[in-house]
Design a protein around this ligand. Structure first.
Ligand SMILES: NC(=O)C1=CN([C@@H]2O[C@H](COP(=O)(O)OP(=O)(O)OC[C@H]3O[C@@H](n4cnc5c(N)ncnc54)[C@H](O)[C@@H]3O)[C@@H](O)[C@H]2O)C=CC1
Ligand SMILES: CC(=O)C(=O)O
Ligand SMILES: [Mg+2]
Length: 529
């Protein structure tokens, strides 16, 4: 049989259009995900080429919200190995398992999840791998990291989700999750083996359940080159968006920045990570650390978090209020009327928790209420954008974790922000890799937020955006990376002396030059005859 042959008049541009047509012909988001996944395998350059040109359309498929669906159903839609699974049964030989990865010497960035809290969807076990792949696609598209240098990893440690244990197609280990010393011993061996096998690689921890997220960040952050995206990346991106939102709100109300008050609905790794990072909004506005802390209130499933609550988890203690001694306050409208916040941030995983009464209570207190429903995916978002605009008569300053489309209200177009760590981790990773930082320090994360906040163009400011438009993500990542590199240099954490010799303009040029681009399209799947 003769080999397959292109039609003689075949043109690459047509092929791009053809792929987009095929993508757009799919009506179901998960089918679009499966199509793109297959395209990446057949012709990865074509895949990244159309991704770079169509970010607004494709990122919501490869990342939140659709990646959530891909994870939930991963054992059923699985087609081929596409990442590195490290199993609890590999304990004792993790180094050998890692060493099977084909592009060992290229490895620069790994996103590692244990699948225990994927977005707000809970314990998905080994089905969590697509979150690592989706985050790494954002590194490639958003920061120009070379595809071959990315390592998606899922730790297959078992799952406590019974429906997966009962599913004959489940691809992971069928056992309950390890806890305590068994989990610690696995993680210690894993991190040590990573350092040995990929000596220059940065590890991004992703979607570990809250206790382990805090625990392993604390345990390894000064020992290895590692950061936690949900705690630090989210903290940084929301510090940035909140800074811009507070400026807009203060312009309407005349309130000084230091007088803002933030109410967090949800006090997990993301809620507390963001709350801690937002302390610096207040200290940068002139408050003492203690005064800054007093500006933040946290709420969990049992209501306003107070210090007198029995059995309070460790991570909730820092923001627990000591100035409220009444009966437990559980109703969100009551809490809002008591606290009188200028901003309400949702990291609770509770869909529609910000009801009309809640939004109207915020509106009654503020000329321009800041409301950020940040839970992912969209199916768990605390507030729909349309409701937010209508219930505040267009006054809301809004950012959500998953994307919403702009809408027209009162004859004016309103554009929502996307408060998602995707604006920050590509730049933190890129900067850390380039300057070969030994650790990712708190100040590096803070500088990343400041760089992102100041990256808005005049046009974006005029549109009252709190985050830049997604199309500019490579420029944004470059600016974030410079801030990260300069801070690492200041703290003497860097190990690339050459970058120290460059002024910012040359460093920016170097970063852009190093960004990977898909090569001029060539069609990989067939031989052109
Ligand atoms: N926008 C972004 O960039 C990011 C968003 N997230 C989202 O944040 C959400 C939370 O993530 P984690 O903190 O890791 O999860 P988690 O499960 O540790 O935290 C959830 C928190 O919400 C609270 N909560 C649950 N039900 C509640 C209720 N009925 N009323 C009030 N509070 C309630 C819980 O007590 C807990 O404090 C997820 O949906 C995740 O996708 C996480 C990281 C980044
Ligand atoms: C965005 C993200 O990291 C999360 O929802 O977990
Ligand atoms: Mg996450």
């Amino acid at each position: 049989m003769s080999p397959p042959r292109f039609p003689p008049q075949f043109a690459n541009t047509d092929h791009r259009q053809r792929s987009l047509l095929q993508l757009r012909s799919k009506q179901i988001a998960l089918e679009k995900y499966i199509y793109l996944n297959g395209l990446k395998e057949r012709d990865s350059h074509l895949f990244y080429d159309i991704l770079l040109e169509n970010m607004q359309e494709m990122i919501p498929i490869l990342y939140t919200p659709t990646v959530g669906e891909a994870c939930v159903n991963y054992s059923h839609i699985w087609r081929r190995p596409e990442g590195l699974y490290v199993s609890i049964n590999d304990k004792g030989r993790i180094r050998d398992v890692l060493a099977t990865w084909p592009n060992l010497i290229d490895g620069r960035i790994a996103v590692v999840t244990d699948g225990s809290r994927i977005l707000g969807l809970g314990d998905l076990g080994a089905n969590g791998l697509p979150i690592s792949i989706g985050k790494l696609d954002l590194y490639i598209a958003g920061a120009g990291i070379k595809p071959l240098s990315t390592v998606p990893i899922c730790l297959d440690l078992g799952t406590n989700t019974q429906r997966y244990l009962d599913d004959p197609l489940y691809i992971g280990v069928r056992r309950p999750r390890p806890t305590g010393p068994e989990m610690d011993a696995f993680m210690d061996e894993f991190m040590e083996a990573m350092k040995e096998v990929f000596p220059t690689l940065l590890v991004q921890f992703e979607d570990f359940s809250t206790d382990n997220a805090f625990k392993y960040l604390d345990r390894y952050r000064y020992q290895y080159r590692v950061f936690n995206d949900d705690i630090q990346g989210t903290g940084s991106v929301i510090l940035s968006g909140f800074t811009n939102a507070a400026r807009l709100a203060s312009a309407a109300s005349g309130l000084p920045p230091s007088d803002h008050k933030i109410l967090f609905f949800g006090a997990g790794s993301a809620g507390i990570g963001v709350a801690k990072q937002l302390l610096s909004f207040f200290t940068m506005s002139g408050l003492s650390p203690e005064e800054a802390r007093s500006r933040i209130y946290t709420v969990d499933s049992k209501g306003l978090i107070t210090a007198d609550r029995k059995g309070l988890q460790e991570h909730k203690k820092f923001f627990a209020r000591t100035d409220y001694n009444g009966p437990p306050m559980t109703d969100l409208v009551d809490i809002i009327n008591y606290v009188k916040p200028t901003a309400l941030l949702g990291l609770s995983t509770i869909k529609n928790a910000f009801s009309e009464q809640v939004v109207k209570a915020m509106s009654a207190l503020n000329k321009r209420p800041v409301i950020f429903p940040l839970s992912n995916p969209s199916s768990l978002c605390e507030l729909e954008y349309q409701d937010a605009v209508e219930w505040t008569d267009g006054k809301v300053i809004f950012a959500s974790g998953s994307p919403y489309k702009p809408l027209s209200y009162g004859g004016v177009m309103h554009e929502p922000g996307q408060g998602n760590n995707m604006y920050i981790f590509p730049g933190i990773g890129l900067g850390s890799i380039l300057c070969k930082t030994r650790h990712v320090s708190d100040a590096m994360v803070e500088q990343a937020a400041i760089a992102l906040a100041s990256s808005l163009t005049e046009d974006e400011k005029a549109a009252e955006l709190v985050y830049p438009r997604l199309e500019r993500i490579r420029d944004i990542s470059a600016q974030v990376a410079i801030a990260v590199i300069r801070q690492a240099q200041k703290e003497k954490l860097d190990d690339n002396a050459y970058l120290r010799t460059l002024p910012d303009s040359d460093l920016l040029g170097l970063i852009h030059d190093k960004m990977w681009q898909p090569p001029a399209l060539h069609l990989q799947s067939f031989t052109r005859l």
